[in-house]
Design a protein around this ligand. Structure first.
Ligand SMILES: NC(=O)c1ccc[n+]([C@@H]2O[C@H](COP(=O)([O-])OP(=O)(O)OC[C@H]3O[C@@H](n4cnc5c(N)ncnc54)[C@H](O)[C@@H]3O)[C@@H](O)[C@H]2O)c1
Length: 411
């Protein structure tokens, strides 16, 4: 079990007692570089895909770019998906209405689980039980208990389990966080994540009976709303940056724009408390996209802005103590209000330069294939998945209970 006290003294890599779980949370750069390197080996690897919907097809496209990969089976309860997947693959993929039939196939080495969130736990556990490698989309599982079972099953399995937290493979985020961990912006005590959009997230449905299947994100049965769908990525990055999982969660949300019968909130705010009094604050709204998707890491010496495309450092302006000559050289106190001292810092940012700005999903899928072929432990492993699942599930509990709830320790 992770020793939380070992994380109390900030981001300095040297200060962190590296347990196996701490290593999962912070990751190793040399290992990441190995896993995301271009692949020339074309040893056959046969993939089955459970839930070839929007994300599943995107993953299929990405996996098919890796030499030697072939999609040999698909499972979905909504038949039109099979023709869509065949289009992506350029050949007819054997299809099943029941995912268990896919797991029985001997020509499937690895399984992608890209179904609605509430189904991940059951399907990932069944796939691990069937001794397949598993690429399980985030959020890893719907309850703490299910998530813990996946940790247990993946740890006991000789196969690979990788969670769909592809930002762990993003070159600019990796490079920026390595610099933060070396102390470049001092002690980071607060991280703020915004994921603001201006759309309802409602998908058109061909017939009303399909509403809950197609718009599953809007209903409680399989969804924990924006906390899971968007927050899970930011919470994972906060865990990574702080090198820890939180101890407590607070959250709130409401439906303020889309009164269309949905059950999940169209805006949400969460505060996660980390060891040492550190905080991650998350906001997601769906009716204004001005802030877009970005994270700010605030340290005593500077700030780091992370987006889907880049990372930029800003350094704290030098504090100038002004002296009032009419008062025997006494320093002017804050009682002498100066707007300029409290204005947002708009100085030039220093962009993190990386040699490749590849889409993180491409890197993550290639890394998965590398791990399956070589038996290497993935960067976005089951502990990473568990950490972010804890944040999502307990934030959601706090939102429902309208009080702060404890977050169980990482496994
Ligand atoms: N990592 C990322 O950046 C990222 C991005 C988008 C989505 N996702 C995740 O991917 C998952 C899927 O999201 P999506 O937008 O593709 O949803 P989707 O609705 O487009 O696709 C889900 C598919 O699962 C199918 N399905 C439903 N029940 C099933 C069952 N019992 N057995 C087999 N198939 C079943 C649906 O018919 C559908 O085709 C979600 O967990 C989501 O959070 C991750």
């Amino acid at each position: 079990m992770m020793d939380r006290r070992s994380f109390l003294h900030g981001l300095s890599a040297a200060a962190i007692a590296i347990s196996a779980n701490a290593q999962s949370l912070t990751g190793s750069d040399a290992e990441a570089a190995r896993q995301i390197a271009p692949i020339h080996d074309a040893t056959p690897l046969r993939l089955g895909i459970i839930g070839p919907g929007s994300r599943g097809k995107e993953l299929a496209r990405s996996f098919l770019r890796v030499p030697g990969v072939r999609i040999t089976a698909a499972a979905d309860v909504y038949a039109p998906r099979f023709a869509e997947l065949n289009q992506v693959c350029g050949y007819d993929v054997p299809s099943h209405a029941d995912y268990r039939a896919l797991l029985d196939r001997k020509d499937v080495d690895a399984v992608i689980v890209a179904t609605p969130f509430g189904l991940h736990g059951e399907q990932v556990l069944a796939a691990l039980h069937a001794e397949k490698h598993v690429y399980g989309e985030k959020t890893m599982a719907f309850t703490v208990e299910e998530s813990a079972k996946i940790v247990q099953a993946a740890t006991a399995s000789p196969r690979i389990f990788q969670v769909g937290h592809q930002y762990r493979y993003s070159p600019w985020i990796r490079a920026a966080l390595a610099r933060v961990q070396q102390g470049e912006i001092g002690d980071v005590t607060h991280i703020i994540g915004y994921w603001h959009r201006n759309n309802s997230w409602r998908r058109p449905v061909p017939q009303p009976s399909l509403e809950r299947l197609i718009n599953w994100r809007l209903y409680n049965q399989w969804s924990l709303g924006l906390l899971a769908e968007l927050g899970s990525h930011h919470m994972d990055i906060a865990n990574w940056a702080f090198g820890a999982t939180p101890t407590a969660a607070l959250a709130s949300g409401s439906i303020c724009k889309y009164h269309d019968g949905r059950e999940t909130d169209d805006n949400v705010q969460a505060v996660l408390s980390y060891p040492g009094g550190k905080r991650f604050i998350f906001s997601s709204i769906t009716d204004n996209s001005q802030l877009g998707d970005q994270l700010w890491l605030y340290g005593t010496k500077g700030s780091l802005n992370l987006t889907l495309e880049d990372a930029t450092f800003y350094y704290e302006p030098r504090q100038v103590t002004r002296v009032d000559p009419s008062h025997d050289g006494a320093a002017i106190t804050s009682a002498s209000y100066q707007a300029s001292g409290e204005m947002p810092y708009r100085g030039p940012g220093h962009a993190v330069e990386v040699t490749t700005a590849e889409d993180p999903t491409s890197a993550a899928t290639r890394a998965f294939i590398y791990c399956c072929r070589t038996g290497t432990h993935p960067i976005a492993d089951v502990h990473v998945g568990y950490g972010s699942a804890l944040c999502v599930i307990q934030s959601n509990q706090a939102r429902l209970d309208r009080r702060e709830v404890a977050v169980p320790p990482a496994l």
